[in-house]
Design a protein around this ligand. Structure first.
Ligand SMILES: Nc1ncnc2c1ncn2[C@@H]1O[C@H](COP(=O)(O)OP(=O)(O)OP(=O)(O)O)[C@@H](O)[C@H]1O
Length: 259
């Protein structure tokens, strides 16, 4: 394997909603151009963690962050950070499709247009290549100017991924992107993730351990301690976590023995 480069370094991150601590002292790296899965039982803080990586939690009520999150060595919680730019570089796909009431084309072009004006032909090319990367082109190429709401939920979710890819993020965060989808739509999203392997840094939260095993290079297993606070229990190459985990709790969880 080539030498791994850290895209996001999480150092001793603790996270609070109001006065309630939900994550304790998380330290781990998200490696560039690798796919990192975050797995663990419900309520262990997986979504909170991934949202902390591009400050998406700040849309919620009072939060407190301790520790550091560095994006290519830059502290993302520094006051100097431009949040729009940060979220363009570290994009996010949510559990449910959240398209705009616009055409398929305009949904994908939207973020690109915000960055700056481009000639129509260039915009067309960006839209086409993002939709292709999301594995959706053949299904939508003849109806680009129809409403995005006419698509199935699986197609809508892939369009959300196309929209995220169109602004050329360095990292894509995915929070349970298949949670509302049937098995076939889920497989299509997994295929598209695998196709991005080696080209884009991806962190994906999933409750589906088999999905983590299928798509990821690295896996972080989160759990809760006796105070119900989320902790990183084990991090490693996905094959190691699934076949040769060090911690008994990881072994129980990945083998489905977790209650
Ligand atoms: N906006 C919020 N305000 C207060 N508490 C919250 C908020 N969001 C999440 N929590 C709490 O933080 C803890 C972690 O929640 P989080 O959604 O991050 O876990 P999760 O591992 O992603 O769970 P699931 O797999 O069920 O989605 C839970 O105890 C949850 O109730």
């Amino acid at each position: 394997m080539n030498k791994l480069i850290t895209a996001i370094k999480v150092k001793n991150l603790s996270f609070y909603y109001g006065k309630t601590k939900v994550l304790e002292a998380i330290s781990m790296d998200i490696y560039q151009n690798q796919i990192t899965a975050i797995i663990g039982p419900s309520g262990c803080g997986k979504s909170t963690f991934i949202k902390a990586l591009n400050r998406m939690n700040e849309l919620e009520e009072e939060i407190k962050v301790e520790g550091r999150v560095e994006f290519f060595s830059q502290n993302i919680y520094s006051r100097r950070v431009n949040l729009n730019r940060l979220r363009r570089q570290i994009g996010m796909v949510l559990p449910r499709p959240n398209l705009f009431p616009m055409s398929i084309y305009d949904n994908v072009a939207y973020g690109v247009k915000i960055i700056g004006w481009r000639p129509k032909q260039e915009l067309d090319e960006i839209v086409e290549s993002a939709i292709k990367a999301a594995g959706l082109w053949d299904e939508v190429k003849d109806k680009l100017h129809k409403s995005a709401f006419g698509l199935s939920s699986g197609q809508q979710q892939r369009l959300c991924i196309a929209r995220a890819l169109a602004v050329k993020p360095k990292v894509l965060l995915m929070d349970e992107p298949c949670s509302g989808l049937d098995p076939i739509a889920t497989i299509k999203i997994e295929e598209l993730i695998r196709n991005l392997r080696g080209e884009l840094t991806i962190a994906i939260v999933t409750r589906n351990t088999q999905q983590a095993a299928r798509v990821s290079d690295f896996t972080a297993f989160f759990g809760t301690d006796e105070n119900r606070i989320g902790r990183l229990i084990e991090f490693g190459a996905t094959a190691q976590i699934f076949n040769n985990a060090v911690d008994e709790r990881t072994r129980d969880y990945v083998s489905g023995r977790f209650s």
